[in-house]
Design a protein around this ligand. Sequence first.
Ligand code: HEM
Length: 878
Amino acid sequence: MDDLLFYLALLLTLTVLLLSRLILSPPPKHPSNKSPPPSPPSLPLIGHLHLFKKPLHRTLSVLSLRYGPVLSLRVGSRPVLVVSSSSAAEDCFTKNDIAFANRPRFLAGKILGYDFTAPGWAPYGDHWRNLRRITTVGVYSTARVNSFSPIRSAEIRSIVKRFFARRSSSIDGGFTKVELKSVFFDLAFNVMMEMISGKKYHGEGATGSREEAEEFREIVEETFRLAAASNLGDFMPVLNLVGFLGLEKRLLRLRKRRDTFFERLIEEIRLKRKTGEAEKRETIIDVMLSLQESDAEYYTDDIIKGVISNLLSAGTDTTAVTTEWALSHLLNNPETLKKARNEIDTVVGHDHMLEESSLPNLPYLNDIIRETLRLCPAGPLLVPHESTEDGTVGGYYVPSGTMLLVNAWAIHRDSSLWEEPTKFKPERFQGGGVEGYKMIPFGSGRRRCPGEGLAMRLLGLTLGTLIQCFEWKRIGEEEVDMMEGPGLTMPKDKPLEAINSQSSAFCLRPPASPPPYGDHWRNLRRITTVGVYSTARVNSFSPIRSAEIRSIVKCFFAGRSSIDGGFTKVELKSVFFDLAFNVMMEMISGKKYHGEGATGSREEAEEFREIVEESFQLAAASNLGDFMPVLNWLGFLGLEKRLLRLRKRRDTFFERLIEEIRLKRKTGEAEKRTLFALAGTDTTAVTTEWALSHLLNNPETLKKARNEIDTVVGHDHMFEESSLPNLPYLNDIISETLRLCPAGPLLVPHKSTEDCMVGGYYVPSGTMLLVNAWAIHRDSSLWEEPTKFKPERFQGGGVEGYKMIPFGSGRRRCAGEGLAMRLLGLTLGTLIQCFEWKRIGEEEVDMMEGPGLTMPKDKPLEAMYRPWPYMVDVLCQL
Ligand code: HEM
């Protein structure tokens, strides 16, 4: 029956085309007389249709190698332009961007795209612009992407939990086999559905019913099947008249199923909104319904359904497939996987799960994702565009009404643009962005993918978490097969299977005073992570840091002199100490002891300064009794007595603080902040002092930092913490300071609880471990010109391995890194933005370290400052 229809249709088409050839005049010439692009020989009627073999991006790539990177084809009645070079792609997305901002009107767009009103199908114009605007605000903006972060985080954790529960215990060395394609699909789908409707359909905490889930999986599968099936009628419209191959009927049936499903979802939320039961987090359907409430005529249910279905089809499979490719590449490149794990170990550690907030600090992980998108772009030919005006591409004439296929896959593998183009080598992205149009996995120009930010977050979080928590290897010796199968999003031909196991880590125990490694320590680490160090808590303390640094700037500004060219001398050691101390104390108790708005008394402040000084003095004094216990019996050097006296003073001070807050809680006056142990004051203060000292000795570096701040932050408002991720050079200055002057040069002593091997040597249980970070940071086999202050060495991202460990590593890694980096960046950035700095005289700042646990400067730093004239207005308003 189908065959009969086919021949009938062919006959009909033949007749129509022969007639049209006779009647129609030849195509108009371009006014500039430019010739059309080269084109392979074609067949009558079908044109080049017979050349459209799958995978299409590979076939077109071979044709382009033969006929050139700008290729003209004709598929039935449709002219098609295939572009396979970055310069021709640039032509399309720059000077011809508006001309090509349209989409071809395919049958699927009419039926599944709600008569071309869904964002991905809509023609370029007011309606598309409006949808792009409202979805940018309601879905893709940073604020919205951030607000959905808990959804992504919960989803990936539930997968980790499932893998962990399913792990095999002893067989296969603890490795378990797992099929990943469906895991990644369900993950992306759940994340999308929760954003859209607040419902999730798979795994722990699913709120949608099993039947609904099954129904929707079938709908999605059928959508991809039908969208991937080339509809010949799109190229020979006459075939649509005879319902070619029944595709139209299948599309209509699918649309009905999708409608029923989406309408139920919309209705549920509409009802919840009426009864005031709406979800805490505003779903995308909520956003669309609010718009409908204000303009029911324009925001019809069809428009809402179009937005939802577009998000699901554009955002689910693309992300899932990319994750699958990325892990496949890593399994075939174990060295890359190891490097990624080292980066995660160094930056995130082992005591908490990787969070999205760490992604900006994981450049190598990011490069792995980019390298995956280069080799395996989920839209290898982007999404077809169509021109609405005549134009020129690569010097050739392209008439209006031409369908454009940009072969991103071929451009990403062009050997004139990329070295060893088929090799998986994330290192090629080190050193920052890629210029031009050689890397376009998300397209470019007006119709560029709006979901890039969302996709990159989910990709980073998923891959990072899986690498952090599990060790991965291939099923056998053989490499993972990297052939692509048929389908729109360039899926893997063979679904990925791999093996994971819980990754293990080497863990040592510290000496007596801080709690030993074990349940109690783990519990403290857990509660302080939640209460102090988590991104949410670090963020919540941001106003404290901001107010503190502003109060210092205000003080400097008020104290400026007019003589000496407006430069004023200032002693900075105590300024930095008081700053760090105030910030810590405010976090701990809600009290501050120095400067404007101090609430603690002067006596208390003085008492505490003495306590801190005495604590550091005593902790730094080597107690020989710790190494020869017999000496403790003799009360060696009276150290024990001094420690006991100090403990009493500290106890009195802390107990008073706790009691004050306990009382406030009873009387309902409790501060929102929680009370935790004091840490991090001196370390942060000393590092700030070293950083500014280095800058004073390296005026060129200081200038470069100022230029960066001028460009990114400007002069019309005070520096804020939110700018820090955009100031890589400032960050590199801090890294370089921590390399040369780590505030814990020997880290903090560890102690082993098991016999183990280190560097091939046997180390018995009970051994104290001192890791000389200071020496490692200056090892000339690891660092070029190791004693030179050169922040540029960090350009291009993270440092692999263990050559940079100012915060330690492993389970006992410093928990306060995030907090410290914020305060360091904010302090240094603000001081550079507001003031000009110079040394007291010609002589360089003395860089000798003095005695003490935190590697303080031997001579406290003094410097000269004067306000930048262009900052005076802002400073006057403080
Ligand atoms: C790895 C993941 C992804 C890749 C590689 C990708 C790639 C692309 C590409 C190549 C295009 C066509 C650009 C063009 O026409 O020139 C596109 C369009 C689009 N993408 Fe993505 N995408 C991804 C994830 C997402 C996500 C997560 C969403 C939504 C949540 C999304 C929503 C869209 C939409 C709505 C369009 C149509 C834009 C328009 O026509 O105006 N994408 N994407």
